[in-house]
Design a binder for this molecule. Structure first.
Ligand SMILES: [Mn+2]
Length: 390
């Protein structure tokens, strides 16, 4: 039998607001990241042709939200049409549920926007598992079901039917609850044993945003999370992929495809011993250069003890030739105040403040972390330093 080759791409989260929150991406740069994601989308049809892929499998969260910006929706529909005649199997996720008058309501889209999903796109629209053939490949089936709203039972604890003598693939948007993955209970829970007890040759998983593969007792890859193909938030740092899968009865061969031209880099830097801003700047630039992605977004977490003369907040580093964006998180640094000495030789106010705070620390040891921070905030303020949250 000829192997079946397909693209597994999940959790694209189109129409999200990239860089919001901790990355502090300004509006102008967010537009650029959105454009980079669109450019990656535009390249997909050619990539699929070049790699001779026979189908596209999207197990959920193609869009970040409902309602989606109509222009992004129209753009996405256009791209999926360009993939034709290659079929696209689309499973709505927990971010882009199948709802009446929503992204996947074909009739409504036609009435509302005058565009709708092309014929090569098959959308799973029932909470019951259903199985469909792949056009042109009557030896391959695709099974899928919508993520039920609210807390769900372990639906993979029951064995789902497969068609003997065919390659059977499951699309599933759900949370693997064992194996040290982050707790994301908002979609169908399952555990590794339930997943591997199924008779599917491959399960294309969506929901988690990092790549992970599941191998059975014989060392055969039986399922994978492709992860999101592009990071948009701090918890999506590092390399991201879509998967090119070549599936036969004997094996699933996965190839990680980088489809985006940037990554989010989450770096921690111990700056103990750094004496002034110039040296700190060098150290940060050195970190950026060690990765050297001109389009990359850097989040640099500083930690350690710094001299009281060094104030990190408000520091402006020229990164034009280095990377796309840099945010410095200095919440992990402590100024090297000699508390003992200040408590006897500081200004009258410093001495009084340290005495009062130490008394509180002695009384409430359970709040030592908060009170120590308060002590440092107070000293920062008394010395005219900018007070930034730690
Ligand atoms: Mn999800």
């Amino acid at each position: 039998m000829k192997p079946f080759r397909f693209l597994h791409i999940a959790d694209l989260h189109l129409d999200a607001n990239p860089g919001k929150g901790k990355l502090h991406l300004p509006a102008g740069k967010r537009v650029i990241v959105r454009d980079r994601i669109k450019a990656a989308m535009r390249k997909l049809p050619d990539l699929i042709r070049e790699k001779n892929l026979e189908a596209v499998l999207i197990p959920g969260d193609l869009f970040d939200r409902e309602p989606t910006d109509p222009d992004i929706l129209s753009f996405t529909i256009d791209i999926m049409g360009q993939v034709s005649p290659v079929p696209v199997f689309l499973l709505p996720g927990n971010h882009d549920s199948y709802i009446p008058r929503g992204n996947y309501d074909k009739d409504w889209l036609m009435i509302r926007h005058g565009v709708s999903w092309p014929d090569n796109v098959y959308i799973f629209n029932s909470e019951e598992f259903s199985t469909v053939p792949v056009p042109g490949r009557d030896d391959v089936t695709i099974t899928g079901a919508l993520t039920p709203a609210g807390a769900a039972a372990h639906r993979l604890s029951k064995k789902l039917p497969v068609e003997p003598g065919k390659l059977n693939i499951l699309l599933f948007h759900g949370a693997c609850v064992d194996g040290g993955l982050p707790d994301m209970p908002a979609a169908d829970p399952f555990n590794t044993a339930e997943l591997l007890s199924q008779d599917f040759d491959y399960t294309a998983l969506g929901h988690y945003h990092s790549f992970r593969q599941f191998t059975d007792g014989e060392g055969k890859i039986r399922a994978a999370y492709s992860g999101t193909p592009w990071g948009q938030n701090l918890d999506e740092s590092g390399e991201k992929y879509a998967l090119s899968v070549e599936l036969s009865y004997d094996e699933a061969r996965l190839e990680k495809l980088k489809v985006i031209d940037y990554a989010i880099r989450d770096k921690t830097l111990d700056i103990t011993g750094i004496k002034h801003r110039d040296a700190l700047m060098d150290k940060i630039l050195e970190t950026i250069r060690s990765e050297h992605g001109k389009n990359d977004i850097f989040y640099v977490r500083l930690k350690g003890i710094i001299p009281p003369t060094l104030s990190v907040s408000g520091m402006d580093i020229d990164i034009r030739d280095e990377c796309f964006h840099l945010f410095i998180d200095d919440s992990g640094v402590l100024p090297d105040y000699d508390i003992d000495r200040l408590s006897t030789e500081g200004t009258l106010l410093e001495k009084e403040f340290i005495r009062a705070m130490k008394a509180r620390l002695d009384e409430s040891l359970d709040k030592a972390g908060i009170l120590t921070n308060a002590l440092y905030y107070g000293l920062d303020a008394l010395r005219g330093r900018e007070v930034t949250p730690r």
